[in-house]
Design a protein around this ligand. Structure first.
Ligand code: SAH
Ligand code: SF4
Ligand code: F3S
Length: 478
């Protein structure tokens, strides 16, 4: 590997210190300002909401350099792939995608292909790309998005491949341009990184240490979004309930929720709340503010205490269920969803049955279910695993059937009810059908006329399915 490549190191990424992260302000060097004149870009986004928000930052930076976006990768002068490393399947998809881009590169040698996101933080992946995927010109890490102008400039001027991936924990950079992909719903980062180190998970390595943004920057951003006409914001963090802890201040996520609610923006959501640190201030803030939506995502991962311990989830089955019951009781009418992993190394039949019984207890509105995927560099990758793939697949199937059963059961409460829907747009399949979400985050397809994205409308639910509701619009709020 050449010396001028800044390569990732999972070993360095594991390190944590107690220092408060520095806040820096982004500024664009004059010499890059015309870089994209007459050039077009296309961004492919994989992974979670954090990545979607990062892609909006990449778009914002490219727009500020004079590039314009295009709707077809064939028309692009720059293609960025923003990748996810959370499971093997996600990585394989990206490698296939890069493989397919080779043809475009052969047709147009001027095309610049850049790979960013969580896969770029893994040394093995970067080595593979350097060796086998010569069509990739730039590899930039999750902490290096603001280096895009420089990296593009360097590639144009030197025609050499560039790699810049910092494994250090990263700062907080404010003032970065953003081009949001939606005009009615917005992602708002409240913190970056993760310090939980669940043993199966790559995120703490790819995203660095927990760093909270200044509350004033967050509130100003929400106020600005409201002024721009946004109806919904989602506060983003790998563990939003850890907000503020790294700053050493006496201000928690509950306080932030109260302050964000005061902006008066119509709908507030947050992602993800870890069962750890879900405190009473948070519950009160959620209960007392009508614009905080009645929907909570509370990842379970496993219903067995021994597996939870091996996962380093920091709670037992009993603690999770006690918290769940408390939330259910104090937040009536709320929808609850979860994440579950089956087939963690050496998960026994009994342990899996515990997961099923926890699902029976909680009766979630929905659950995102995954087969455990081994992530190199994580502690779980070193654990012995004698469970056959076919057993894991069977477990997933059984779990999914249960999840669908409760999803359907929960949705029955909406039959013949009038619900408020924030309109996302016209259905892809039928131009008389619109779609959007209720406060409980239920997908609704409904017939209507003369509505547009961002309208808040009243819909009467006529039909209930496991994962969506059908209805007819009866009124518009504005
Ligand atoms: N910070 C969030 C999770 C982000 S990753 C949280 O803690 O809730 C989203 C989900 O992917 C996780 O909740 C977990 O269920 C799943 N996941 C993470 N690593 C995984 C792995 N190695 N194999 C399978 N699923 C995994
Ligand atoms: Fe991964 Fe656990 Fe952090 Fe969530 S809390 S991002 S699952 S390490
Ligand atoms: Fe994937 Fe990175 Fe998000 S690994 S889930 S894109 S934080």
């Amino acid at each position: 590997m050449k010396k001028d490549y800044i390569m990732p190191s999972l070993n360095d990424a594991r390190k944590r210190n107690k220092e408060v992260s520095q806040k820096l302000l982004f500024s664009l060097d004059e010499k890059y300002k015309q870089l994209g004149e007459g050039k077009r870009y296309f961004i492919i986004t994989h992974g979670c909401q954090a990545n979607q928000r990062d892609s909006e930052t990449m778009a914002g930076i490219l727009d500020s350099l004079g590039y314009t976006s295009c709707n077809d990768e064939k028309d692009a002068d720059v293609i960025i792939i923003n990748t996810c490393a959370v499971r093997q399947g996600a990585e394989e998809k990206v490698l296939g995608e890069i493989g397919a881009l080779k043809r475009l590169k052969m047709k147009n040698p001027e095309l610049v292909i850049a790979l960013g996101g969580c896969m770029a933080q893994e040394e093995k992946t970067v080595e593979t790309i350097m060796e086998k995927y010569r069509q990739v010109d730039i590899i930039f890490g999750t902490h290096n998005i603001t280096s895009l102008p420089k990296l593009l400039y360097d590639v144009y001027t030197s025609r050499k491949r560039k790699v810049e991936v910092f494994s250090k924990m990263g700062e907080i950079i404010e003032n970065v341009p953003v081009t949001r992909f939606m005009s009615h719903k917005a992602w708002v980062n409240i913190m970056y990184g993760c310090d939980k180190f669940c043993t199966y998970c790559i995120v703490p390595y790819t995203r660095g240490k927990e760093r909270s943004r200044d509350k004033n920057d967050i509130i100003a951003e929400v106020e600005q979004l409201k002024l721009q006409g946004y109806k919904e914001i989602c506060l983003l963090g790998q563990n939003v309930n850890a907000y503020g802890k790294d700053l050493g201040i006496d201000y928690t996520f509950g306080d932030l929720l109260n302050d964000v609610a005061k902006t008066g923006i119509a709908r507030i959501r947050f992602m993800t709340s870890h069962p750890w640190d879900f405190d009473d201030t948070m519950i009160e803030a959620i209960r007392n503010n009508a614009n905080i939506m009645p929907y909570i995502h509370l990842p379970l991962q496993s219903g067995n205490s021994e597996i939870l311990r091996k996962m380093n989830r920091r709670y037992t089955r009993e603690e999770y269920l006690a918290l769940f019951d408390k939330l259910k009781q104090q937040l009536p009418g709320f929808a609850f969803t979860t994440d579950i992993i089956v087939g963690f190394p050496n998960e026994s039949d009994e342990a899996f049955e515990d997961t099923l019984s926890a699902v029976d207890h909680c009766q979630y509105d929905n659950a995102f279910t995954f087969i455990y995927s081994k992530r190199e560099g994580t502690p779980a990758a070193m654990m012995e695993d004698y469970i056959e793939r076919s057993v894991k697949e069977e477990r997933l199937q059984r779990l999914n059937e249960k999840v669908a059963y409760y999803a359907n059961k929960n949705n029955q409460r909406f039959k013949d009810q009038i619900v408020e829907v924030l309109v996302d747009g016209i259905s892809k399949r039928n131009s008389n059908i619109y779609s959007g979400y209720t406060p409980e985050n239920k997908l609704v397809n409904f017939s209507a006329s003369d509505v547009k994205t961002g309208d808040l409308v009243k819909v009467k639910i006529t039909e209930v399915m496991s994962f969506s509701l059908n209805g007819v619009m009866i009124d518009k709020d504005h």
